[in-house]
Design a protein around this ligand. Sequence first.
Ligand SMILES: Nc1ncnc2c1ncn2[C@@H]1O[C@H](COP(=O)(O)OP(=O)(O)O)[C@@H](O)[C@H]1O
Ligand SMILES: [Mg+2]
Length: 243
Amino acid sequence: MKNIIAIASAKGGVGKSTICCHLAKAFTSQHKKVILIETNAGLRGLDIFLGVKDVVYDLGDVLKQNCSLKEAILNVKYNENLFLLAAPFSFDIMLSGKAMFKLCNSLKELFDIIIIDVRTDPVFSFEIKNIVDIFLIVVTLDAVCVRDTALFSNMLSSKGNCKPTLRLIINKLKKNIKKTSPFKNLDDIIDETNLQLIGVLPFSKDMQYKTQHGKNLNAKSVLYKIFTAISKRIEGKNLDIII
Ligand SMILES: Nc1ncnc2c1ncn2[C@@H]1O[C@H](COP(=O)(O)OP(=O)(O)O)[C@@H](O)[C@H]1O
Ligand SMILES: [Mg+2]
């Protein structure tokens, strides 16, 4: 079982926070106690995605010792297994790799799964690689994103002794891939990034709407099933990839 999951990417706007939110919910529906950590400074977003209205304390308060870690853990309404540590509201408190290490060590005692919404920052991603069990690297189908993902995953796996497990999530897949992307098929992207695929998510206006309104995906929807399958693959189950 992989307990500390990092959702990372080479480029911004690829869907990391969206994936964090729905993957966390998939784990909670299997009765796992999950905490999400947002690592941006000043660019909070998961509170909206999870429908958390009142952020009293955030990670900035923990780092400045304005409150205890437990006081900053936010409950998510209607989901007793889901919790959030919100990003600092101000831009001047950046969570370091070292602080992340301390944080995860404390949280490991309290939660089954820690999901880190990794800010788009290769240096920070590299700094946390020793504490993370699995990196889910999110890519979309544009040429620059795919090339940058290859460089990013190379950097994560090459330097140092620790080689974390890296897996690829292809996001925002549109029906006719050749019309919107320079790639002919998904195999081209997998070859170029040299990463093992763990999930493919279609472009979905419904998910966009639901996420921004803090709502859950419909349990009968394809996306719900895809997130459930990704959560099970992370647990080591061998399931076919739904595309
Ligand atoms: N599969 C998807 N289909 C459609 N829109 C998506 C999908 N995944 C993410 N988005 C949208 O892309 C934008 C960026 O997503 P976000 O999760 O904030 O990315 P990141 O955290 O990587 O910056 C948001 O508007 C979000 O709703
Ligand atoms: Mg984000």
